[in-house]
Design a protein around this ligand. Structure first.
Ligand SMILES: O=C(O)CCC(=O)C(=O)O
Length: 256
């Protein structure tokens, strides 16, 4: 029995493939992060991934096009600032991950997520339905991403939509397109997508989601930047496969 999550919360996580914890990060920590992020977007402090780099629907064609310099992700969050490391290592996060992953030691990946997602009004793009594990390589597909909202997140400003229980699906290859997004021309996929729910978050709320949970997000139709700090974690015994994208930088044990 976990001390940090109720049995009901754990069951919900395993059933839905995600769990939202309200107000897990304190106001002071969130304020410090917001200040840092606001100072890092214009000019965008490297390393940065731009909207133009993702080539998703709605993204500027190139860095030279209008909006081409819009940052999509401030990369390397873990090494970017101590306040981001503090959160990655915090007891509130790590203890929950240990309970969800049923393990005693947890590592954070420096290769996946490890960023502040910024979604700007005007020049944001659509992220289609996908499972994060699709491009990741580990011994087994048990990783959890921790998404900390630094402001309000709704479907309107490009917040995440998730399909409850989709982490348990084993879809045939034909249900996915060339880039491993869910094909929207298939009736069964349309029915699946209709089950999606928005992750409505306020600043300090934290979404834990499984690497096999299908999720998507739209453009930011609001008028302020949406900001979220995102890390991915795994059990120390679940190793990245050498010479893959998942193993470029060392994973780091957290909370010790
Ligand atoms: O914020 C978004 O558009 C979605 C990001 C996402 O799903 C991802 O990076 O895996």
């Amino acid at each position: 029995m976990s001390e940090v999550l109720t049995e009901e919360q754990l069951q919900l996580f395993h059933q839905d493939g995600y769990l939202i914890e309200r107000g897990l990060a304190g106001d002071d920590l969130v304020a410090k992060m917001n200040k840092l992020v606001d100072e890092s977007v214009s000019p965008a402090l490297a390393p940065v991934e731009y909207e133009a780099d993702v080539h998703y629907p709605g993204a500027p064609e190139s860095k030279a096009a209008p909006g081409g310099q819009t940052p999509r992700r401030l990369l390397n969050a873990y090494t970017r600032a101590s306040v981001f490391r503090e959160w990655a290592n915090s007891e509130v996060v790590v203890s929950r991950l240990k309970a969800m992953l049923k393990c005693s030691r947890v590592m954070v990946s420096q290769n996946h997520h490890n960023c502040v997602m910024t979604k700007h009004p005007g020049y944001s793009s659509v992220t289609s339905w996908h499972q994060d594990i699709r491009y990741w390589s580990f011994d087994y597909p048990e990783l959890i991403s921790v998404w900390l909202a630094l402001g309000n997140e709704t479907a309107e400003n490009g917040g995440l939509l998730l399909i409850p229980g989709s982490h348990q699906l084993n879809l045939e290859r034909g249900r996915l397109d060339a880039a491993l997004f869910l094909r929207t021309d298939i009736k069964d996929n349309q029915a699946l997508i209709e089950r999606a729910v928005p992750a409505q978050l306020n600043a300090g709320d934290t979404l834990f989601f499984h690497c096999r949970t299908f999720h998507a997000a739209g453009q930011n139709e609001a008028d302020i930047i949406k900001k979220s700090l995102v890390y991915t974690y795994h059990d120390v015994d679940n190793r990245s496969i050498p010479e893959t994208r998942s193993a470029v930088h060392s994973d780091i044990v957290v909370g010790e």
